[in-house]
Design a protein around this ligand. Sequence first.
Ligand code: AMP
Ligand code: MG
Length: 353
Amino acid sequence: MLTMKTLILPIDPTAPDPTAIRQAAVVLQHGGLVAFPTETVYGLGANALDAEAVQRIFAAKGRPAYDPLIVHLAGPEALPAVGVEIPPLAETLAAQFWPGPLTLVLPRGPRIPLAVTAGGPTVAVRVPAHPVALALIRAAGFPIAAPSANRFGHLSPTQAAHVLDDLEGHIDMLLDSGPTPVGVESTVLSLVTPVPTILRPGGVSRESLVAVLGQVDVSGHVFTAEEVVPSPGALEQHYAPRARLTLYQGSRQVVLQAMHAAAVQLVAAGQRVGLLLAEGDAVAFAGLSVTVQSIETAGGLEGAARQLFTALRALDRAGVTAILARDFGARGLGLAIRDRLTRAAAGNVVKVG
Ligand code: AMP
Ligand code: MG
């Protein structure tokens, strides 16, 4: 893998400096790679219409060619440039949720190289709700293909430092706007299925899609690497920290008791234990020699989603060998959090009362 110098440009998330944006756009126009903030996580961008530039994304991430990329647009008016036979439903959803963390899967337009769609007949598109991302797409003058800016299978980056941990020296430029406001990836919704189907839960909740569409299916199946994968974000082992993670599901009290018992055993066996908890849970583990990361659940799960990946990275950095994580329910952003933790656990899920 070619090593290059990664230029890091700090940029105001609310009023992006046009000179910095121009500089980044020029890199993209020359077929280079720019990591940039979106409202969900940092993306690793290239010109979506340039197959060679798109190949560089796969090389930098170590991403297998079967995993397609999301194409980012400055507005819904650009949809005809990337898709064909765009269903009226796409316009309804765009009007309601764009800019925002909803990705629509549509029939691929002829200008989109097959590298972007992993050879498939569909393309995933969205309009990100982040001034830096929007300014960059506009300045570039073409749609930007961007997966999350991490090595394949790692946790998605919600801060510039996370991008550098994984990709320094493998990308031309990084626009650093601080932490991303949503913190989990977009909801991927297929519009090529008979009923709109959530392929990956994310920043737009199932409930808010149901409110607009009436009926939405959720592809509940977690795919193993051997199966044909309709949406690789649905792979079993994805979004993973280094330490082995166990997810505990059930009512709070019983979950905390089960986690406590497991932590005691693991510590006795010489493991370094990390706990992913909600604020207020830590007292249940007082006196135990464990590393705790508590995420904010007061007033909805926005805080929890925003802090999730940073908390998991912090546990990895603390050198824990086992992570015990609690579930946060399936309502609202809880479904996306459950999805990421289930995948990070690679099936290692304990269901208690
Ligand atoms: P990332 O941006 O890293 O979260 O990765 C993009 C994810 O979007 C992929 O892993 C897939 O799950 C999903 N995706 C992209 N294109 C398609 C597509 N054409 N059909 C279904 N899912 C897609
Ligand atoms: Mg990703």
